[in-house]
Design a protein around this ligand. Structure first.
Ligand code: PLP
Length: 413
């Protein structure tokens, strides 16, 4: 009997037990080996997540499903919809889970993400970033030609004219929303009169179809403290509601008024006119979001679970007060706060080195790791972490249940 088949058998024997049995010498299944075991949407063998080669990106299915259900229940009871942002997961399977739960579509940040989603069966897509170059405009129009549910943002009269010319040249009508600036001046047109004039222009241009507006208040999402966050975002979105009113008074479409994110998902329905929240991070959560506090818990934002983790292996335990792992900046990013070790206290983690993670123990450390031990990290900021991996392992009860391709991974153009 090979070591690996013995491992699998011992795992199967232990699979009903309360505590997970961990093989002492695990094989470390590579991504391609696991992929080969995933046939027609089913794993052909029981593999513990602790048997994965590392670093590995894992998502806990129970927690992911709970996050999707919470978002759906909350938005529904608040009388708005969700249009989740696929920039976070870049994974068509997750987009489909969101749609199946009742989301009205998805958002993408890039035309390449939109293409990847469409190629994988997702056909209600709001692209929230403006396409300004001829190449990207052409790609967006090609997509629109095949995908009637593709809607793109525009934020200037010049851009709207370019979009209309490109659509006309292809003999199609392209759907657009006006991107309205909430005050951060990152993207979007100034609210009220400038936004109204842009909408009126769009309405007159021969090949554009105005669908409404979007206003994403990124500057408010991570404001610490629920009341502060609520006050800030409602104040900043007031101008978008005035713009929405102006559109309505002029007989322009406000069918879409999209905005909001994970930090404000249970506040945004108070912005009059808003139709849907373009929430991204809630599916996975991360250390940045956990720290902002929620309505029911001032310290920890616990509305959603931290479903996404990086599995890493300890490489060196020889030196007092520290250990080294195989998940550094290329597996975790260098975003702050640093990733955190799941279910441990008194141990800090940092990923400043390219290939190495650094563990430091303080006097209250809950454990000390040995070479070969595996540990799980709650990610610092989910979006850029996901973008580092080709696939994510969907885990239930510590077993690999599915292997999901991160189809839009690396698609930043
Ligand atoms: C335009 C836009 N909409 C929605 C989101 C989703 O935000 P969050 O991950 O905070 O839910 C983002 C995130 O950066 C964004 O840029």
């Amino acid at each position: 009997m090979t070591k690996s088949s013995m491992s699998r058998r011992r795992f199967l024997q232990s699979s009903g037990a309360a505590a997970l049995w961990l093989p002492t010498t695990v094989k470390g299944y590579t991504a391609s080996e696991i992929q080969a075991l995933y046939v027609d949407g089913e794993m052909q063998e029981n593999i513990s997540k602790h048997e994965l080669d590392t670093p590995a990106l894992c998502v806990d299915l129970d927690l992911l499903e709970a996050n999707i259900a919470t978002m759906q229940a909350t938005t529904r009871s608040n009388g708005i919809a969700s249009r989740p942002h696929a920039k976070t997961h870049k994974t068509p399977v997750i987009a489909q889970m969101q749609l199946d739960s009742g989301s009205i579509g998805i958002c993408t940040a890039k035309v390449s993400e939109a293409e990847a989603m469409y190629q994988n069966g997702i056909d209600e897509i709001l692209m929230t970033t403006t396409n300004v170059t001829p190449t990207k405009i052409q790609r967006a129009m090609n997509l629109r030609q095949n995908c009637p549910g593709f809607v793109q943002a525009t934020d200037s009269p010049q851009n709207a004219r370019l979009l209309s010319e490109a659509a006309m040249a292809m003999g199609i009508n392209a759907d657009v929303v006006v991107d309205v600036d909430p005050g951060g001046h990152r993207t979007g047109i100034t609210p009220r009169q400038p936004a109204l004039e842009l909408a009126q222009l769009i309405n007159q241009l021969p090949a554009l179809n105005l669908r409404g507006l979007l206003c994403y208040d990124g500057g408010s999402q991570h404001v610490k403290g629920f009341e502060q966050r609520k006050n800030q975002t409602l104040e900043r979105l007031a101008a978008a509601t005035e713009t929405y009113d102006l559109f309505n008074q002029s007989g322009l479409s406000t069918e879409i008024f999209s905005g909001g994110g994970t930090g404000t998902y249970n506040i945004d329905h108070e912005t009059r006119g808003l139709t849907d929240v373009q929430v991204g991070s809630y599916v996975f959560m991360d250390a940045q979001y956990v720290d902002i506090g929620g309505e029911s818990d001032e310290e920890i934002y616990s509305d959603f679970h931290t479903s996404l983790t990086i599995l890493t292996t300890v490489l060196n335990d020889q030196y007092e007060g520290r250990a080294t792992t195989d998940a550094g900046a290329k597996a975790c990013t260098i975003n702050r706060p640093w990733a955190r070790i799941k279910n441990e206290t008194g141990i800090s983690y940092s990923s400043g080195s390219d290939e190495f993670g650094s563990i430091r123990y303080d006097e209250n450390a809950s454990t000390k790791y040995k070479v070969g031990d595996k540990l799980e990290l709650i990610v610092s900021h989910c979006d850029p972490v996901v973008n580092l991996y080709n696939q994510m392992y969907a885990i239930r009860d510590d077993k690999v249940e599915a292997v999901w391709q991160i189809a839009a991974r690396g698609l930043s153009a």
